[in-house]
Design a protein around this ligand. Sequence first.
Ligand SMILES: O=P(O)(O)OC[C@H]1O[C@H](OP(=O)(O)OP(=O)(O)O)[C@H](O)[C@@H]1O
Length: 195
Amino acid sequence: MIVGSVPVPGLVLGPEEVHRTVRRLADELSTRHEDGTVLVAVLKGSLLFMADLVREVRFVPEVDFMAVSPYPSGGGRVRLEKDLEIDIEGRDVVLVEDVVDTGHSLTLLRHELERRGPRSLSVCAMVDKRARRLVPVPIEHVGVSVSADYVIGYGLDFAGRYRNLDLIASADPAELARDPDRYLAWAYARRPARR
Ligand SMILES: O=P(O)(O)OC[C@H]1O[C@H](OP(=O)(O)OP(=O)(O)O)[C@H](O)[C@@H]1O
């Protein structure tokens, strides 16, 4: 969308819709899981999602964190950067992802977790960019499916910016590549005033 000569991102979910979506996902998880379920957040993007989700589920979760990153050589190969501290053998595990794009990261993560013998494993992803999938991978709980090429906000960054927004917006990756600060004025104008 273009306003005047300044491109602005398209709003995918505003703050209220983000919270409604998190509550719905927490309800879905709460009907299937009991105390002791391990919620594994994928850093860094799942920061806000995990923080909200743990406050909405109706079971007592244990939390842990993983991180992956692409190999510099590219080609979709992904490596584990940070591993769990908890032994998940025999445990119910929910992997909490901010976004699934090509599917490479989630494929590696599912494989890594499955081979440790959890009692159950499911994935709860806030954003599913289904049209961009290169590797098919199951996602049991989806917040929102988008056709956008790139999304920012609610943990999702571009070059470290935009993670702290309480909304999710689609953005033009070419614009961001030209100027990573491109949407900051738009984003901060939408932040609620703090006392
Ligand atoms: O489906 P894929 O194409 O593999 O992309 C999905 C991955 O991208 C995001 O992480 P990102 O690399 O943006 O790192 P960050 O969360 O630390 O910003 C997200 O957390 C996934 O792990």
